[in-house]
Design a protein around this ligand. Structure first.
Ligand code: GUN
Length: 306
């Protein structure tokens, strides 16, 4: 029998979307236009297509106008840069999201660096990364990390003085979430594949953020009694195969689900027996990431309008 309180990502995301909706209505009344988000998808990666479709649907739900741009997989980097230039100069566009991963051969860094930092709703531009490191307040922050912080806040988990352990050091999740926890006065450890005695380190944590892409890696006996466990993982596994040999490539998740595979996080759900709080997969961090994209787009629109 689990004792952890389940942090419901769908419920908190619905609250965020409702907040954004009331703000978009005020913005539209004041400026005569809704906030706008341009979504750029290059190629036909099935998982990316699904994500993009969900993002466009969220826009409709909360009063954001979406501008969808689809380019063939073989589009040269220069052509993508041309599109980004146009979107940078388009006044109806407040946010620009280029869905990752871009096809092989595209210079991803050049594309991300070309996005106007004021429209960078992913928070991937070096200017926004720098502002995040510095702890600026009015900054476009990566969506998953800000979703994680919102989940902690909504659950009454205060990072101030807590020991936080982040598993994973990616630019999109691990590093930025560690910074956000640090700014909120947690004592933060970032772990990765070369960390000795990972279970021992995790066992010291009051807050665990798992973002490695290893299915069900964090076991019940890694977790301190009462800890808040935030699972950012999205991995497809089948019951017949052992988790270690299964791909965590998001492009294949949909296919697998159709063939009887299942979506699991980086954390074994058995941790509910010892944890104080737990975010399930699915229905945890995933919906929050999309909701925070809408919140970022609303903020970008407000800041651009002055
Ligand atoms: N692909 C997977 N996650 C993300 C994300 O947060 N932003 C973008 N642009 N692409 C992604």
């Amino acid at each position: 029998m689990g004792k952890a309180r389940i942090i419901d990502g769908n419920e908190i995301a619905a609250k965020v979307l409702a907040e954004v909706k009331s703000e978009t209505e005020g913005f539209a009344a004041e400026t005569g236009r809704p906030p706008g988000l341009a979504v750029v998808l290059v190629g036909d990666d099935p998982a990316s297509s699904v994500y993009v479709r969900m993002k466009i649907k969220d826009c409709g739900r909360c009063g954001i106008e979406s501008f969808s741009h689809r380019l063939p997989a073989e589009t040269p980097t220069e052509k993508i840069l041309d599109l980004v230039n146009r979107l940078n100069g388009d006044d109806k566009v407040d946010g620009i999201l280029v869905q990752l991963p871009l096809p092989e051969g595209v210079d991803t860094i050049s594309v991300l660096d070309r996005i106007d930092p004021a429209k960078d709703v992913d928070g991937f531009h070096p200017i926004n990364v720098g502002r995040l490191v510095r702890g600026d307040h009015a900054v476009l922050m990566p969506c998953t990390p800000s979703g994680v912080m919102r989940m902690l806040d909504e659950s009454g988990v205060n990072p101030h003085g807590a020991r936080a352990v982040v598993i994973g050091r990616s630019d999109i999740v691990g590093k930025p979430v560690a910074l956000l926890l640090l700014h909120r006065h947690a004592t933060v450890t970032i772990c990765h594949s070369k960390t000795p005695d990972l279970p021992g380190v995790v066992r010291e944590a009051d807050i665990v953020v798992a973002a490695v892409g290893r299915p069900l890696m964090v076991e019940k006996d890694w977790v301190k009694e009462g800890a808040a466990v935030i699972d950012v993982g999205m991995n497809s596994i089948s019951r017949e195969e052992s988790p270690e040999v299964i791909t965590t490539d998001p492009t294949r998740i949909r296919d697998f689900e159709k063939k009887g595979y299942t979506l699991v996080g980086d954390v074994s759900p058995g941790v509910v027996d010892v944890a104080g709080w737990y975010t399930p997969v699915p229905g945890g961090v995933g919906p929050m990431t999309r909701a925070m994209l809408m919140a970022n787009t609303m903020n970008a629109a407000k800041w651009r309008a002055g």
